[in-house]
Design a protein around this ligand. Structure first.
Ligand code: PLP
Length: 240
């Protein structure tokens, strides 16, 4: 099991502010190239393994949404940074014994892929915090052996989730197998967009496509991402 402390010990100097400007330019350029309005894609800064000070620096450069993969690490960072108006997105695999923390701390959860987890998140969401925004993680490529629901299983899962009072389903998320080939990168992102379209007809509140990371955000934006999750290109490489 991963020890969430200490944070990355090797602190190669990263200019978070410069990195954020560069990523912002890439996003604007990709929006433009795809003929999409400026500002239609939001940036989630993935701060997993990085210390709270770097999150603070990113906040000072204008970012307010942060993504974490480990429940305990997210909770501790959220506590350290409670003086800032941040939103926390849980994007990692969800173990059922971690749902209490996730339901209490997160504003969004991107990685819901089974009903059991959705039920626990709804039951454990403190009602005064309002409904928890969730995305369903979808398997869009065969090579992707990780978590995720198959597109054909979505309608049933969505129907069951609609009954859960403390969750608000907002859309879909995917983590395709990495490739440097930009045409290949687009394929799973296109699958995710085409999977969301018919679902949106029935539920217009499904407004979010969480797809694209440091290495493939342009391809994701071309295919309709509304949110990209960027770690390395903002905070530098991860070492643990
Ligand atoms: C780590 C992680 C990211 C960020 O990846 P980078 O390649 O560092 O930008 C995005 N999404 C998820 C689900 C992750 O686990």
């Amino acid at each position: 099991m991963r020890n969430h402390f200490p944070y990355d010990a090797i602190m190669i100097s990263t200019d978070v502010q410069l990195n954020i400007s560069a990523v912002g330019r890439r996003i604007r350029a990709a929006e433009d190239a795809a003929g999409r309005p400026t500002g239609s894609v939001s940036l989630l800064a993935v701060s997993k393994t990085k210390p709270p000070d770097l999150v603070r620096e990113a906040y000072n450069s204008g970012l307010t949404a942060f993504g974490e993969n480990y429940a305990q690490e997210m909770a501790e960072k959220a506590r350290d940074l409670a003086d800032l108006p941040l939103s926390w997105h849980f994007i990692g695999p969800i173990q059922s014994n971690k749902t209490t923390i996730i339901a209490e701390v997160s504003d969004w959860v991107h990685s819901v892929d089974r009903l059991k987890i959705a039920r626990r998140l709804s039951e454990q969401r403190p009602p005064e915090k309002g409904p928890l925004n969730i995305l369903l993680q979808v398997k869009t490529s065969d090579e992707d052996s990780k978590s995720g629901v198959l597109p054909e299983a979505l309608p049933e899962l969505i129907g069951a989730i609609a009954e859960l009072p403390h969750l608000m389903l907002r859309g879909l998320m995917t983590i395709p197998a990495p490739t440097r080939d930009t045409m290949l990168q687009r394929q799973p992102f296109r699958v995710l967009r085409e999977t969301l379209l018919p679902l949106q007809q029935a539920q217009p509140g499904l407004d979010t496509l969480s797809m694209g990371m440091s290495g493939d955000l342009e391809a994701a934006i071309t295919e309709g991402a509304t949110l990209v999750r960027v770690g390395t290109d903002i905070f530098g490489a991860r070492y643990n």
